[in-house]
Write a protein that binds this ligand. Structure first.
Ligand code: SAM
Length: 281
């Protein structure tokens, strides 16, 4: 008996459930077992660990994860998909250990098991916020591998100074090290999306900042990248008072007041947040 879904099984399931995949929920389902095996292999999921999957859809990746012998906790917002998933899994892998949570992943702050790894083919429209949300709420996650729109994945893994470095890159770097693991053809999805995808992985190596410092740092990052053309001290005046104060705080953080946001590491942004907190008044 097949343990993974192919194009025919996906078509049958979609017909059975009368599914019209919606763009709003980023519903592009993987129909290629080789892609699933590649994701599971690169993620290095092993027997006995707990993997969390965001947006299991019809179960393509879920079945690949379960095949390793890992426990899977899957969070799906679409009620019909969430209701069908345990049925599909019970038919194809009766021994598998799956828990389905029917919920918007952005609202999930607790899980029945502590996951060590996050593996997902993320819905395009919420991929970055959902990733940051899970990293924030589940410190047990030491690593992960997700499939996202190619531009988003390249941005997440971009180092300071690179053309695509931006707020998502700096925020993601708060939690650890990110690396892309190759593009994925749009032909492995149904329906075929009009963007390319990429695999991007992370290993947690979190900054030693408090929650208050993280929030202050993220506010500074948002301000820094909101108006890329402006000098950083001007962009930061929104959160730090005025441009002169921003200059003083940047200097206190050991940075030239002429620095540009694109050049700064997340540690530099944290240093500005700390200087602002330490400043009198
Ligand atoms: N994992 C499946 C696969 O690879 O075939 C489906 C991936 S599809 C790109 C994204 C999935 O995320 C869909 O099943 C969609 O319903 C679900 N989804 C969208 N927004 C969500 C959210 N906020 N919380 C949880 N699931 C969501």
């Amino acid at each position: 008996m097949a343990t993974l879904l192919g194009p025919a099984e996906i078509r049958d399931l979609a017909e059975l459930l009368d599914i019209q995949p919606t763009k709003k929920l980023g519903q592009n389902f993987v129909i290629d077992a080789n892609t699933v095996r590649r994701i599971v292999r690169v993620a290095g999921v092993v027997t006995g660990e707990t993997a969390v999957e965001i947006g299991p859809g019809l179960g393509s990746l879920t079945l690949g994860l379960l095949e390793t012998g890992a426990d899977v906790v899957a969070v799906e917002i679409d009620k019909r998909l969430a209701a069908q998933l345990p049925i599909t899994v019970a038919e194809m892998q009766p021994e598998a250990k799956l828990t389905v949570i029917t919920e918007d992943a952005m609202k999930v702050t607790e899980l029945p098991q502590s996951p060590s790894v996050l593996v997902a083919n993320l819905p395009y429209n919420v991929s970055v916020p959902v990733l940051l949300h899970f990293l924030e709420h589940f410190p047990s996650l030491t690593r992960g591998l997700v499939m996202v729109q190619a531009e988003v994945g390249e941005r997440l893994a971009a180092p300071p100074g690179s053309k695509v470095y931006g707020a998502p890159s700096a925020k993601a770097a708060w939690y650890g090290n990110w690396k892309t693991h190759g593009k994925v053809s749009r032909q492995v999805f149904w329906p075929v999306p009009n963007v390319d995808s990429i695999l991007v992985g992370f290993d947690r190596e979190e900054l030693p900042g408090t929650e208050e410092e993280r929030l202050a740092t993220f506010a500074i990052i948002d301000a820094a990248f909101q108006q890329r053309r402006k000098m950083l001290r001007q962009s930061l005046s929104v959160v730090l008072g005025d441009s002169a104060t921003a200059s003083t705080l940047m200097e206190a953080a050991g940075l030239a007041p002429t620095s540009r946001g694109e050049e700064l590491t997340v540690l530099d942004f944290l240093a500005i947040a700390r200087a602002a907190k330490a400043a009198p008044g």
